[in-house]
Design a protein around this ligand. Structure first.
Ligand SMILES: *[C@@H]1O[C@H](CO)[C@@H](O)[C@H](O)[C@H]1NC(C)=O
Ligand SMILES: *[C@@H]1O[C@H](CO)[C@@H](O)[C@H](O)[C@H]1NC(C)=O
Ligand SMILES: *[C@@H]1O[C@H](CO)[C@@H](O)[C@H](O)[C@H]1NC(C)=O
Ligand SMILES: *[C@@H]1O[C@H](CO)[C@@H](O)[C@H](O)[C@H]1NC(C)=O
Length: 484
């Protein structure tokens, strides 16, 4: 099929464009910048001492050596404000510098041991902490590893890995290159529901799971599943979405949809929401969040209900915010040494462009209802916004729709434009981060206060178990500083 051909051609493009490095992308695909480190001080400090930002900027070739007086850049960035802190967090993920330096200060073993101790203390002292079960797992018997997967927290990455290690050497070459996201979805079958009698967590000495700040995860779910078409049809069929009354309040997302409708829906009246029933494509973040409070779904249910760390007796707790370091240690255990080497964030972003674009265009071709609801150009435009809001591409560059209406051409052309906007964007990484942070702020401000309060309640246990108090407090102060 044409996806195959695309794949090879794209591989070539990547090889050329993305130099030698590669990395963990699909994780960040979802990782909204601005996610607070787990133990804020610790991670930030680690990063400061590594000179990571400096190195990272150097690798891009965009920053001249003079700019890169190590301590200067690093300290400036860290002392300044949130944006810079977030940036450091993201930059930390580039392989190499951090891990080297962290090895000097704290071994992965020590980090895992500390986190485990924390979880164990909470499990022991808070009877509520054990509420929740274990849903889906992947195992690798030979290395004694069991992974409890959390959707929207790096699970695409880990699915690939477990698929590969369990299939044997012949499949590993594929893991080391790429699976399309469509394939990864199909691979979900290799994860299985956890059954205590059959699996028994105690049979696996390495028990790991990945946590993510609930506010990032929720926003990521929204963008991935409702701003992009993934759940448009399911929303209808499975009644997972209750249409929320249009209060007439103009919020950030609604005015975005209004302009989108004017641009792409020929018969648009003033009533953009009237299309919601038909296509579910104008569901705002506020609507989504209100609905998510009622309708359970693994992409936004609290992590502690899907992979309760007390019941799982987690030994190696990983975080999205420190994913590469954590993953490298676990990959070693799976016998996959060096998998994280020579991979950098820029490669990963390009990879994510391709995965997400390929997946959504396949959806457009194969799902009749999605096809009826949106055009290839509108889909391209939404993908573009998604990447822009996540801080992957230069926010000053606009998407330019090609004349042709051929979906394959539009898809290919979109990827070219994305790569260009990426190259332009990385000349000013602080701006990318600031843009993503501002978007996140704007979209959270669309939530009614009572809905935000409900969110705090819903994710209280996650926040406590995984130590996201500072992230929560930041959100609270954001919401409190606004009327309404
Ligand atoms: C993971 O957890 C196990 C069991 O507690 C521990 O022995 C190991 O050091 C941890 N870290 C790594 C990198 O495996
Ligand atoms: C727009 O309206 C016209 C006339 O009301 C109708 O024939 C056409 O199918 C509509 N187009 C769309 C895309 O809904
Ligand atoms: C908008 O929708 C409401 C209710 O669905 C309807 O009463 C109203 O006439 C619509 N307005 C326009 C301009 O289509
Ligand atoms: C968790 O595992 C440890 C051994 O790694 C064991 O001593 C402890 O009893 C287990 N805790 C629970 C709650 O199963």
């Amino acid at each position: 099929m044409s996806g195959k051909r695309l794949w090879w051609r794209d591989c070539l493009i990547i090889l050329i464009c993305a130099s030698i490095f590669s990395l963990f992308i699909m994780l960040w695909s979802f990782s909204i910048p601005n996610s607070a480190p787990v133990t804020n001080d610790q991670v930030t400090k680690d990063q400061v001492t590594t000179g990571q930002v400096t190195k990272d900027q150097m690798t891009t070739g965009q920053v001249t050596k003079d700019q890169v007086t190590k301590d200067q850049v690093t300290m400036d960035q860290v002392t300044k404000n949130q944006v810079t802190k977030d940036q450091v967090t993201m930059d930390q993920m580039t392989k190499g510098q951090v891990t080297n330096k962290e090895k000097l200060s704290k071994t992965p073993e020590a980090v895992f041991a500390e986190r485990r101790q924390r979880i164990q203390d909470i499990c022991m002292n808070d009877p509520d902490a054990k509420k929740g079960g274990l849903r889906g797992i992947y195992t690798h018997k030979p290395s004694g590893v069991i992974y409890c997967y959390v959707p929207k927290a790096g699970c695409t990455f880990w699915k690939r890995i477990f698929y590969g290690v369990n299939q044997g050497k012949d499949t590993m070459w594929k893991v080391f290159s790429r699976f399309s996201r469509m394939e990864v979805h199909i691979m979900a079958q290799y994860g299985v529901p956890y059954i205590e009698e059959k699996h028994g967590v105690k049979n696996y000495p390495i028990r790991f799971t990945v946590a993510r700040d609930p506010f990032s995860r929720l926003l990521s779910s929204y963008l991935d599943k409702f701003y992009l078409p993934d759940f448009w049809t399911q929303a209808d069929k499975r009644k997972t979405i209750i249409p929320v009354k249009n209060t007439g309040k103009i919020d950030f997302m609604r005015s975005h949809f209004d302009s989108l409708a004017v641009q792409y829906d020929k018969n648009f009246t003033a009533n953009s929401t009237s299309k919601v029933k038909k296509c579910w494509k104008y569901i705002t973040f506020a609507q989504f969040v209100q609905d998510s409070l009622v309708n359970k779904e693994t992409h936004w249910d609290p992590i502690s209900t899907l992979c309760n760390p007390c019941k799982f007796n987690v030994t190696n707790l990983s975080y999205m915010e420190t994913f590469p370091q954590d993953a490298a240690a676990i990959l070693d255990r799976l016998g996959l040494h060096g998998y994280m080497d020579n991979k950098d964030r820029d490669y990963q972003v390009i990879d994510e462009f391709e995965l997400l674009t390929e997946y959504n265009f396949a959806k457009l071709r194969e799902d009749k209802r999605v096809y009826q609801c949106t055009s290839a150009v509108e889909l391209a435009y939404r993908l573009w916004n998604n990447f822009k809001w996540r801080g992957y591409i230069d926010p000053k560059v606009d998407y330019v729709a090609p004349i042709s209406t051929d979906a394959t051409h539009i898809e290919k052309n979109l990827l070219q434009q994305l790569v260009k906007a990426r190259n332009s964007g990385i000349k000013n990484r602080a701006e990318l981060k600031a843009f993503a942070t501002e978007f996140r702020k704007q979209i959270y401000l669309t939530l009614p206060k009572n809905v935000f309060q409900e969110l705090l309640k819903k994710y209280a246990l996650d926040i406590k178990l995984y130590g996201y108090e500072s992230k929560r407090d930041k959100m609270i102060s954001l919401m409190n500083n606004v009327e309404g």
